[in-house]
Design a protein around this ligand. Structure first.
Ligand SMILES: [Zn+2]
Length: 167
């Protein structure tokens, strides 16, 4: 349990608000946070170039530190789904190409077939060392949580359909 911090001070107005009036965003009190977000929204409208520069910065960071970005996203998912999470950035090896499909991996603003994703090899366990591989979003979505048996059946079905249409 964290110790009570009596030195809570809003970084904008310098006052010490009640604990419930304090937001975690930028260490501001609720009132200052509201003011700040309003200023930010106005700036966003008034200065599209400023906004674009902000967005570009986020994607540049995702491209440059893809492993960290994937790790953070996995951490968030693990928390949400209640999965074990004990991997570090060293467990997230981002290859040039998807090891499953061979397509080049690329971080874009939108999720696409060749976006890198962390796959949990065994879906019954969490993000633990040895169970994670970086594969393309396409390969990950095809695999999803399927078992080998299920995928073999899907494959057999697809081949049989192809066989009929080809004749
Ligand atoms: Zn304040």
């Amino acid at each position: 349990m964290p110790a009570f911090r009596s030195e809570i001070i809003c970084r904008r107005c310098g006052l010490t608000p009640d604990k419930t009036e304090f937001t975690r965003w930028k260490h501001l009190c609720r009132r200052c946070a509201a003011d700040e977000s309003l200023i930010r929204f106005r700036k966003l409208d008034a200065d599209p170039a400023w906004h674009k520069a902000k967005v570009d910065k986020v994607y540049a960071s995702r491209r440059n530190k893809t492993d960290r970005y994937l790790l953070n996203a996995a951490k968030y998912r693990a928390k949400k789904l209640g999965l074990d999470f004990s991997i570090t950035v060293d467990d997230v090896k981002v290859p040039v190409a998807c090891p499953v499909l061979g397509i080049l991996l690329a971080v874009c603003s939108k999720q696409s077939a060749n976006s890198p994703t962390i796959d949990r090899f065994d879906n019954s366990i969490g993000y633990v060392p040895g169970n994670v591989h970086v594969i393309s979003w396409r390969a990950n979505s095809l695999k999803n949580n399927a078992t080998i048996d299920e995928l073999e059946k899907v494959l057999a079905y697809m081949k049989s359909k192809l066989g009929k249409s080809a004749q």
